[in-house]
Design a protein around this ligand. Structure first.
Ligand SMILES: Nc1nc2c(ncn2[C@@H]2O[C@H](COP(=O)(O)OP(=O)(O)O)[C@@H](O)[C@H]2O)c(=O)[nH]1
Ligand SMILES: [Mg+2]
Length: 308
């Protein structure tokens, strides 16, 4: 099995190529640092979907760091760029809630728009947990689509997780309640709740998410801790995904982001935009469709995969 770093590097290949090719081209043209180089750098970062403000911040930080240390060689500036990127990503370290602080079962609610990768990510994360000996339950609170429960069932089998399926049209909050109650009765460690995809503009559906979470919390009784909500976000949506994410965060407090489909995009810079603009930690990244194509996010590995 490939290491996570290899999988991440492969997943980020498109972004990495786009970014480094552009930067290297500029270094080739301007081996000694000149102002134009930092403009090129900024443009390359925008093209990688870091967002205009993050790109400007990174270019400025890189320039200041080079000036401070009297760097005159363009290639050397990449080390500074990497440090500036790592700094933005590490600013999220303090925000991330350690998931182990809760009394079992840990309850995680996965929210997001249709097709973001919620069901797939639950399958992959559940598999991770099961591999370290945790006893996992999946719950299908996606009561809109009949096929949703079946898809989750397949993942439950692969991951070795138990499953609570709902009947079509059932109240998703009731499904969440039943799932958490069942996990408590069976002494399980994790409950991963799948929800129906929804658009952030539908306020009734957004309010429903808060209701599902309350219902899960109610089922936990006074056993301490609360359900955590994780937003599953498709990296290929790039900057558009940011405003979407902000709306979800308003409706239901989002503890972290699962960023999927990094493998299919040259927009991997979105990770930096998320940290900078949303201040929500990216906890997991998806780099493919199979069960091993998801890992916990590591800022330093990410920067290395991106810039070498
Ligand atoms: N390439 C790639 N595809 C993914 C990833 N995560 C999910 N998918 C695919 O995206 C599609 C939608 O995923 P699904 O889990 O059904 O989305 P949901 O509607 O949010 O539950 C499926 O075809 C998945 O295989 C990923 O990290 N990389
Ligand atoms: Mg789904």
């Amino acid at each position: 099995m490939r290491s996570f770093f290899q999988r991440l590097a492969r997943g980020l290949a498109k972004t990495q190529q786009g970014l480094t090719d552009r930067i290297k081209e500029s270094i080739g043209l301007r081996p000694r640092l000149v102002e134009q180089f930092f403009d090129d750098l900024e443009a390359a970062l925008i093209a990688a979907d870091c967002g205009v403000d993050v790109a400007a911040t990174l270019a400025t930080e890189t320039r200041h760091s080079c000036e401070r240390d009297r760097v005159t060689d363009s290639a050397e500036s990449l080390v500074r760029l990497k440090a500036a990127m790592a700094q933005i990503l590490h600013s999220m370290d303090a925000v991330a809630t350690p998931p182990d602080s809760d009394t079992p079962p840990r309850v995680a609610l996965f929210v997001g728009v249709n097709g973001a990768g919620k069901t797939t990510s639950i399958g992959k994360i559940g598999c991770h947990y099961a591999r370290v000996g945790r006893r996992v339950l999946f719950a299908s609170a996606d009561t809109f689509r009949a096929a949703a429960g079946e898809q989750l069932e397949i993942w439950a089998e692969r991951a070795g997780a138990q499953l609570i399926r709902s009947v079509s049209g059932a109240d998703p909050a009731a499904v969440a309640f039943d799932a958490v109650s069942a996990a408590r009765a069976r002494g399980l460690d994790d409950v991963l709740i799948d929800t129906a995809g929804r658009l952030q503009t539908k306020s009734n559906l957004m309010a429903e998410l808060a209701k599902i979470r309350r219902s899960a919390d109610k089922a936990r009784g006074d056993s301490g801790g609360a359900a955590h909500a994780y937003l599953v976000m498709d990296a290929t949506t790039g900057q558009n995904g940011l405003s979407q994410a902000a709306e979800f965060a308003k409706a239901v407090q989002v503890e972290g982001i699962v960023l999927t489909k990094l493998d299919g995009t040259a927009k991997g810079g979105i990770v930096l935009a998320i940290a900078h603009r949303l201040k929500i930690p990216v906890l997991w990244v998806g780099v493919g469709e199979s069960i091993d194509d998801l890992e916990t996010f590591d800022a330093d590995e990410f920067v290395t995969a991106l810039l070498g």
